[in-house]
Design a protein around this ligand. Structure first.
Ligand code: KIV
Ligand code: NA
Length: 264
């Protein structure tokens, strides 16, 4: 089967179809995600918590990210690979370019940055140089100390309007994708309908173009269990490939997420 590219994902968005994304950090799970038809693999800085045992994503370094992107790249035959720019790796223009380039050399096909409208200049800088950008809005874990906790973002009208305007501004600045984390379903729907680029959601309801979850969370082996997570290994008699296939199919068919995994 053909490699998934940004054009594939744009086409799905334009046709109102859905795609599935999961995190992976190594070659073995990447191969399983390929077998299970997961379109987008996110090498997330969640690896700081899931693999390294930190209590936030802040300690993750560029060296960590490059190592795991390279592992995923070696295992991948088909999925589109997105990689997180870790905490403080995009604070100046030259750091942003150097660090994004390192992730792309390691095998990423898109980089993800957390923030809001202030990322417009970094987004333009990267996009003009051929590096596709996903902007992560809503609950942005690298700002957890500023936000004060892992809670739903954009519930108040003013905050919702800011997020909506940020998404439009970032698309205008050249972003190729938006990721919404822990956002009310109605706001995620409004943003997805307004944008020409695909929107991926996590805890953002069923209306986004794609869905993403942390791999270890859907296998039920994480210590934490947020509301937006479903254990897909349950009921498969321990068949990990089947569990991931079920997740991907449920996303594409609109069966996941349900209201019990979403915020109103
Ligand atoms: O790091 C990560 O896994 C992420 C997803 C939770 C969206 O950014
Ligand atoms: Na992340």
């Amino acid at each position: 089967r053909a490699h998934i590219t940004l054009s594939t994902l744009n086409k799905l968005h334009a046709e109102g179809k859905k795609f599935a994304s999961l995190t992976a950090y190594d070659a073995c799970f990447t191969q399983i995600l390929n077998q299970a038809d997961v379109e987008v693999i996110l090498v997330g800085d969640s690896l700081g918590m899931v693999l390294q045992g930190h209590d936030s994503t802040l300690p993750v370094t560029m060296q960590d990210m490059v190592y795991h992107v390279a592992c995923v790249k070696r295992g991948n035959s088909r999925a589109f690979i997105m990689a997180d720019m870790p905490f403080m790796s995009y604070s100046t223009d030259s750091e942003t370019l150097d660090n994004a380039a390192s992730l792309m050399r390691a095998g990423a096909e898109m980089v993800k940055l957390e923030g809001g409208a202030w990322l417009a200049s970094s987004t333009r800088l990267l996009a003009e140089r051929g590096i596709p950008v996903c902007v992560h809005l809503g609950l942005t874990p690298q700002s957890i100390n500023q936000i004060g906790g892992y809670m739903v973002q954009g519930r108040a009208d003013k905050q919702a309007e800011t997020m909506y305007q940020d998404a439009l501004a970032l698309e205008n600045a050249g972003a190729s994708m938006v990721l919404l984390e822990c956002v009310p379903t109605s706001l995620a729907k409004r943003i997805t309908e307004a944008l020409n680029i695909p929107v991926i959601g996590i805890g953002a309801g069923p209306h986004t173009t794609g869905q993403v979850l942390v791999l270890h969370d859907i296998l039920g082996i994480s210590p934490i269990r947020p509301k937006f997570v479903k254990n897909f290994l349950a009921g498969t008699e321990g068949d990990i490939t089947r569990a991931i296939q079920n997740y991907a199919e449920d996303v594409r068919e609109g069966r996941f997420p349900g209201p019990e995994h979403s915020f109103n």
